[in-house]
Design a protein around this ligand. Structure first.
Ligand SMILES: C[S@@+](CC[C@H](N)C(=O)[O-])C[C@H]1O[C@@H](n2cnc3c(N)ncnc32)[C@H](O)[C@@H]1O
Length: 413
């Protein structure tokens, strides 16, 4: 298997917030320069790119900048919203009309000219995460957004709103998981919700302007809601219709790796996006397997056996992830045209001190569907917000270094 380290993929000093990539933070985002370089290598104009686990749509944006249209899915509704906003062209005159109107709305509110009470949402624990004043101000913005008719402008505003929710909530912003601030911090915390929101919309407007000036895709993107673990709907993606996949799947189940659902929960709840509290259970590996399974990849099966000898439950967590991952790959593989390429950017996490060979497993799972492994490039992760240390044994204080590098696995059908 051709596998080598190449530091030119580290992009240590690259600006990762160019174009609409500045829109919304998210756990384990792909660096746009990686997506862009892979598309330059593997794709060509007028191709169609599919991202089966799109997160914030990094690949779709980079594809559009190169004249390639995108089809994307993610089972986290917040991720789909961000992808849509980042990859939708809105004429700037239209957007500026709404931005000015919003500015007037805030002016009227601040000077007491429009002060009728707005209804606040009511979801479990809302008062645990938001002070009464923040809640009322967020509700005003939400109420404003709900009256916008243009659905693209709505998505643009909602994405800025989602980040405002997080920043004005009582969560520790340095964590992806939902953790409440310490009392001392709580006492000093008095965010200006409108100022935060305005900062976001103006930053995002600049990102969108730069995107519009460069974008070359002529066909509309399709941001869809299907789970790749189930069959991929043929009316959305026909078999053998996709030229290229550039994606980064989850590293493992969301209970013990990255909790995408927890990160997104408050936004999903405020925005009324469906199954807000269920996202983590629905993600790949979200439901613990009940029995052992072999995957036909000896490197993986051996590691799972070793984990099982130390802790059976953890082995079942690992199995549940690879079980779903295998099905997902077999569904995704069908969508690719003969001659088409896939690039999966993956991490080899450690569980119970054992490294799980997701790079090899990804290649082997695709090889079971008539793909040929081209290469695996190893890159260092310089700045990704990922836990560089985890507790290998779940013993408090016991830490182990994990995932300082990523693997870019490239195959061709
Ligand atoms: C590593 S993130 C993708 C990050 C993305 N490349 C970006 O730049 O933002 C993995 C994504 O996979 C999604 N995911 C997990 N299980 C999924 C499934 N069964 N089907 C589709 N998406 C899934 C998660 O919600 C998460 O957004």
């Amino acid at each position: 298997m051709k596998k080598y380290t190449d530091n030119s993929w580290d992009f240590k000093t690259a600006d990762t917030k160019v174009f609409t990539h500045c829109f919304h933070n998210y756990p384990a985002m792909m660096i746009p320069q990686i997506a862009g370089r892979l598309i330059d290598r593997l794709g060509k104009k007028n191709d169609v790119l599919f991202d089966p686990y799109c997160g914030t749509g990094t690949s779709v944006v980079e594809a559009n900048l190169r004249g390639i249209s995108g089809i994307a899915t993610d089972i986290n509704p917040l991720a789909r919203l961000i992808t849509k906003a980042k990859s939708t062209v809105i004429p700037l005159q239209v957007l500026d009309f709404y931005l000015k109107d919003f500015n007037d709305f805030i002016f009227h509110f601040k000077f007491g000219l429009k002060n009728c009470k707005v209804e606040e949402p009511n979801f479990p624990n809302i008062d645990f995460w938001f002070t009464p004043q923040v809640k009322q101000h967020l509700a005003r913005i939400k109420n404003y957004i709900d009256k916008i008719e243009d659905e693209n402008v709505v998505a643009f505003f909602k994405v800025a709103f989602s980040e405002t929710i997080r920043e004005s909530s009582l969560t520790k912003n340095s964590e992806f998981k939902l953790v409440r601030m310490k009392d001392e911090q709580l006492r000093k915390f008095s965010p200006d919700v409108f100022a935060i929101f305005e900062r976001k919309i103006f930053r995002n407007r600049n990102g969108l302007k730069n995107f519009i000036e460069q974008v070359k895709a002529h066909k509309k993107n399709q941001i869809c809601d299907f789970d790749t673990i189930n069959e991929i709907p043929k009316k959305i993606i026909k078999e053998e219709s996709i030229d290229l996949i550039v994606t980064s799947p989850p590293y493992g189940d969301s209970r013990t790796t990255v909790a995408y659902g927890q990160f997104s929960r408050l936004s999903n709840q405020w925005l009324g996006l469906e199954y807000a509290s269920q996202v983590d259970n629905n993600l790949m590996g979200g439901r613990r397997a009940k029995s052992y399974e072999k995957f036909g990849v000896k490197e993986l099966d051996k590691q799972i056996e070793k984990i099982g000898n130390k802790d059976e439950k953890r082995a079942l967590d690992v199995i549940s992830f690879y079980h779903d991952y295998k099905i997902s790959i077999s569904n995704v593989a069908k969508t690719i045209k003969p001659g088409g390429s896939i690039a999966y950017v993956v991490g080899n996490r450690r569980v119970k001190d054992e490294e799980l060979p997701t790079d090899i497993t990804t290649a082997k799972f695709f090889e079971q569907h008539n793909f040929r492994h081209i290469e695996t490039i190893i890159r260092n992760i310089p700045s990704k917000r990922m836990p560089k240390e985890n507790s290998p044994t779940n013993v408090t204080g016991a830490k182990n270094t994990t995932m300082n590098c990523e693997y870019i696995v490239v195959l061709k059908k």
